[in-house]
Design a protein. Sequence first.
Length: 210
Amino acid sequence: MASPANKHEFFIALFLALSVFRMTSAGDPDITSDFVVPPNVTAVDGNFFTFTGMRALMSMDLPMAFKVTKASVAEFPALVGQSVSMAVLEFSAGSVNPPHTHPRASELLFLLYGSLEVGVVDTTNKLFTQTLQSGDMFAFPKGLVHYQYNANETDIAISISAFGSASAGLVSLPASVFTTGIDSGILAKSFKTNVSTIEALKLGLTPPKA
Ligand SMILES: *[C@@H]1O[C@H](CO)[C@@H](O)[C@H](O)[C@H]1NC(C)=O
Ligand SMILES: *[C@@H]1O[C@H](CO)[C@@H](O)[C@H](O)[C@H]1NC(C)=O
Ligand SMILES: *[C@@H]1O[C@H](CO)[C@@H](O)[C@H](O)[C@H]1NC(C)=O
């Protein structure tokens, strides 16, 4: 039998082991080199670590709808194994980024311009909302359903999101549920409505791009 002192030590050791596990499992799997060079890249220089895909945003006209420009591992191969990525979110007046989740990353949103209504729902179905002003940051915990809405009817909003994964992933609830071919009868029962209501919802949505 362990004495109380030993039990105490045991729990401290267990706690430390679990915190280390949490730290190592909080991001993408670790790599055992400084960085990962894709097979088709022959020479690594400063360009490899540079992403220029956002330059176009600097001179572009005002957004006409909600628009995301991503710098994740798919667009920026230097991010392999680095557990980070970013996106620029542009909101036209009155536009919404519909409820969605990022299965592999927490998100830290920085509002650069305008104002934004944000909300996140935890696993007890509690909704947390906020109206952000430019300069504010909001943290969306990993995997939780969230949205952003530019309630301003005349002005745009622009934010930058950082993710704790090179490939945060996107599950957009309207698209995942209504554009992927799930049987309308199943959806009607799930949403406690009839098939024609489900068909109407399906009609108004376009399948996700990626
Ligand atoms: C390497 O392959 C990726 C994916 O096919 C492509 O996007 C990228 O442009 C290629 N890089 C070079 C330097 O050829
Ligand atoms: C939003 O809308 C109001 C008018 O309704 C305006 O006064 C305000 O400056 C707008 N723009 C931003 C960026 O908040
Ligand atoms: C389906 O439900 C909607 C909303 O309750 C209702 O207006 C509509 O008449 C129903 N359609 C059918 C075919 O039952």
